[in-house]
Design a protein around this ligand. Structure first.
Ligand SMILES: Cc1ncc(COP(=O)(O)O)c(C=O)c1O
Length: 446
């Protein structure tokens, strides 16, 4: 799908961002020139996906579209059971309703914000056990998305039995910069889960990009077949939640997939309650068809080479200008290190948000803060939680922009970088929601 881009002047952007309370989520899309807010649901569907939409079977129960999706999921992941949902967080809602109780602990590698939200909403805790090297943006370690197995095992040993319903691995690790998790780490996490009598669930939004990195970087997988690598990844897990808006390249859709029939039956009750009947769960038949086709396209080697190659292209440009980014480039986005970029803006004035707003003013480019606003307040003390890093994420939609657009983005950031010393003050909060505040927050410029 080709769409028109709208250009604007700096003074128009100043007015719009002011009206938006300095929250980039509150801008209208036609106020944005290049939209790198998210790679979620923003991809361009292929000719084949659009053709599949014409063939959607809209029967309430047992639609052929459901069976098409089921067979794609079984073939690609190896999971026997699945439940369609309208997107990833709905898959979390359905599965966590069956698995998470008050007081539980869910360890993992940088839980995504909606995932943490669904855990904390149930008065359980998400404990981040990501490896320390993820927090050193200059380190070029190949698998900075990994879980620290020592931290994880300590937690498993010190937690009373039955309080950890599952370990959650996020592939790729979005909040650490789209950084991959190695096969070795997935395998070892699975062994720890078994040893401590708990489950391993994979938050799989970008599982295909993760498999690509395993092929490129892990010994023993060089030149391996991507689909085989994917089957091995899932062979270590008990289930998955999926936001299909990423690696299945659809604009809406998700699912839960499971190995165990009993858990599938329990989760089915919540699927019917929240999403719809178990053979459509919040999706139309045409959406399920496009999703099934997208799963095949999103796991093809040629596509992944081009996709991750484009992210690396932007990363190389920025590094060439000396701009501090999470190294090496991730799978879906470049994460700019705002603490290094804007060292004069105090942490309590949200430097990454400041940088994101400045980038919008400079070039009409919409990015997103992955920092203190996103981290929310501590649910008990209500103090701001300051994460180890403040990032501006430049998430690249799939099959949408050309490398010319990437060059424009790089130059806009370079302009800011050249005058970074002049940027000193950030924002104060005018309004915030009690949970997942970054979506609707309103700020005041200081
Ligand atoms: C790692 C990860 N998990 C879960 C989700 C939630 O998916 P959705 O936006 O489809 O609800 C996202 C969305 O960005 C994500 O990046």
């Amino acid at each position: 799908m080709v769409e028109t881009l709208t250009r604007s002047t700096r003074s128009e952007r100043e007015e719009w961002i002011n009206q938006a309370g300095f929250n980039l989520f509150s801008l209208r899309s036609d106020q944005v020139f290049i939209d790198l807010l998210t790679d979620s649901g923003t991809g361009a569907m292929s000719d084949r996906q659009w053709s599949e939409m014409m063939l959607g079977d809209e029967s309430y129960a047992g639609a052929s579209s459901y069976y098409k999706m089921k067979s794609a999921i079984q073939e690609i992941t190896g999971f026997e059971y699945f439940l369609p949902t309208h997107q990833g967080r709905a898959a979390e809602n359905v599965l966590f309703s069956a698995l998470v109780s008050e007081g539980d602990i869910i360890p993992g590698n940088s839980h995504f914000d909606t995932t943490k939200g669904h855990i904390e909403f149930r008065k359980a805790s998400a404990i981040d056990c990501t490896v320390d090297e993820a927090f050193d943006t200059n380190s070029v370690a190949p698998f900075k998305g990994n879980v620290d197995l020592n931290k994880l095992e300590d937690l498993l040993k010190s937690t009373p039995p039955g309080k950890i319903p599952f370990i959650l691995l996020t592939l790729t690790n979005n909040n650490a910069g789209g950084q991959p998790v190695s096969m070795e780490n997935i395998r070892s996490t699975s062994m720890l889960a078994k040893k401590h009598n708990t489950l391993l669930i994979i938050d799989s939004a970008r599982f295909a990009e993760n498999a690509w990195f395993i092929r490129e970087r892990e010994q023993g997988y060089e030149k391996g077949d991507i689909r085989k690598i994917i089957r091995e990844i899932f062979s270590y897990a008990d289930g998955m939640t999926m936001s299909s808006k990423k690696d299945a390249i659809v604009n809406m859709g998700g699912f839960v997939a499971l190995r165990d029939e009993k858990l599938f039956r329990e989760a089915s009750v919540y699927n019917i309650m929240f999403e719809g009947f178990i053979t459509y769960g919040g999706l139309s038949g045409r959406d399920m068809n496009a999703l099934a086709q997208g799963l095949y396209e999103g796991t093809s080697s040629d596509y992944l080479n081009a996709r991750i190659g484009q992210v690396a292209f932007l990363g190389d440009k920025l590094s060439g200008y000396g701009i501090p980014i999470q190294q090496p480039a991730g799978g879906h986005a470049i994460f700019v290190d705002a603490l290094q970029f804007l060292p004069h803006v105090p942490r309590e004035e949200f430097p990454a948000q400041k940088l994101a707003v400045e980038l919008y003013l400079e070039g009409g480019i919409r990015s997103v803060e992955i920092g203190t606003l996103l981290a929310d307040r501590d649910p008990v003390t209500r103090e701001n939680r300051y994460p180890a890093l403040e990032f501006v994420r430049l998430a690249i939609p799939r099959r949408v922009y050309t490398n010319n657009h990437m060059e424009y983005v790089a130059v806009a950031l370079k302009n800011l970088f050249d005058r970074r010393e002049t940027i000193k003050r950030g924002f104060a909060i005018r309004y915030e929601a009690p949970i997942m505040r970054h979506f609707t927050i309103e700020l005041e410029a200081l």
